[in-house]
Write a protein that binds this ligand. Structure first.
Ligand SMILES: Nc1ncnc2c1ncn2[C@@H]1O[C@H](COP(=O)(O)OP(=O)(O)OP(=O)(O)O)[C@@H](O)[C@H]1O
Length: 291
């Protein structure tokens, strides 16, 4: 899609009912090893249909983040893909040169992580930083980038967006900062957004608001989502399918409702038991009753 000034609010053209379920992202047999040669991701398979929301859950260190970083082409130094395929929109990513992978970040696949402040320069206003992304990734001129930035801040649910534009990161709350990072992430109209523990540091009310914003972005713009969380309730609220990671492998995948109501793998059952006290039962009840 061209860099139309309206793209953040425009509804992405529908891929059509039949095409809506074709996988936008297909990961097959992904293997990742760290600097000393130890393999930490052992043949992960993930299919993420266009327009869907996939949840990746599992305990800390189970390989969720490295799988996502492999998809983004942003693995830490010394960590590398040692096997498997990653197909995005029909193109094999592992074969692409670095420059192509870099071009795809933001325009095809974007991500938001925990701790949004660490991704912002503390001495530049958030609006200028967003406008800079729009100039570099979308090619807008200075004035158009500023206007677009304000529109995007507004579209992310930030009140008084002209004022927010002029604020420095330290002046904004964690929830507001994550909305700014979401504005940056979607500014070049990506098709896939990875939210890796993006709401973990937020208090429950703000977390629910940001999750609702993610669902809105999916609904209104046709974004495909990958939501990484150690919290099953987050995934239950936002995702159609869930992939349960353990020790660098996916032990169970399926529709969220089925996996939460009738887990097949003992580890999934264990995860659900561990989450009961955080209200997963309430979420399961909500999903059972039609809205
Ligand atoms: N840069 C790195 N160097 C060495 N080992 C790493 C590196 N990054 C991750 N690992 C190891 O790879 C494994 C998978 O880590 P990963 O971060 O993908 O897990 P995760 O499921 O996302 O966990 P968390 O929820 O804590 O982020 C872990 O054993 C981790 O210690």
């Amino acid at each position: 899609m061209s860099a139309s000034p309206d793209f953040a609010t425009a509804v992405r053209p529908s891929a059509g009912d039949g095409a809506g379920r074709e996988p936008l992202l297909s990961v097959r047999g992904l293997r990742v090893s760290v600097a000393d040669g130890t393999e930490v991701v052992h043949g992960v398979d993930l299919g993420v249909p266009r327009g869907s929301a996939a949840g990746l859950v599992g305990e800390s260190g189970s390989g969720k983040t490295l799988t996502c970083r492999a998809v983004l082409g942003l693995l830490p130094a010394g960590v590398q893909v040692t096997g498997g395929q990653i197909a995005f929109d029909g193109a094999e990513l592992t074969a692409l040169p670095d420059a192509e992978r870099a071009r795809l970040r933001g325009t095809g696949i974007a991500a938001v992580f925990q701790d949004p402040a660490s991704y912002l320069n503390p001495s530049i206003t958030v609006g200028e930083q967003l406008a800079e992304v729009l100039r570099v990734k979308v090619g807008l001129g200075r004035r158009a980038a500023r206007e677009r930035a304000v529109e995007l801040l507004h579209a992310m649910g930030l009140r008084r967006p002209e004022h927010v534009y002029t604020q420095y990161p330290f002046e904004l709350s964690g929830g507001m900062l994550q909305r700014v990072l979401l504005a940056m992430a979607i500014s070049a109209d990506p098709e896939l957004l990875i939210a890796d523990e993006a709401t973990t540091a937020l208090d429950v009310t703000v977390q629910a608001e940001v999750l609702e914003l993610l669902s809105e972005l999916r609904r209104d713009r046709g974004l495909t989502l990958i939501v990484v969380s150690h919290d099953l309730a987050v995934v239950a609220q936002t995702c159609d399918t869930v992939h349960v990671f353990r020790d660098g492998a996916v032990v169970e995948s399926g529709p969220t409702r089925r996996v939460l109501r009738a887990p097949r793998h003992p580890y999934t059952r264990q995860l659900i038991d561990a989450h009961e006290r955080f209200g997963i039962d309430r979420v399961r009840e909500q999903r059972r009753s039609p809205r």
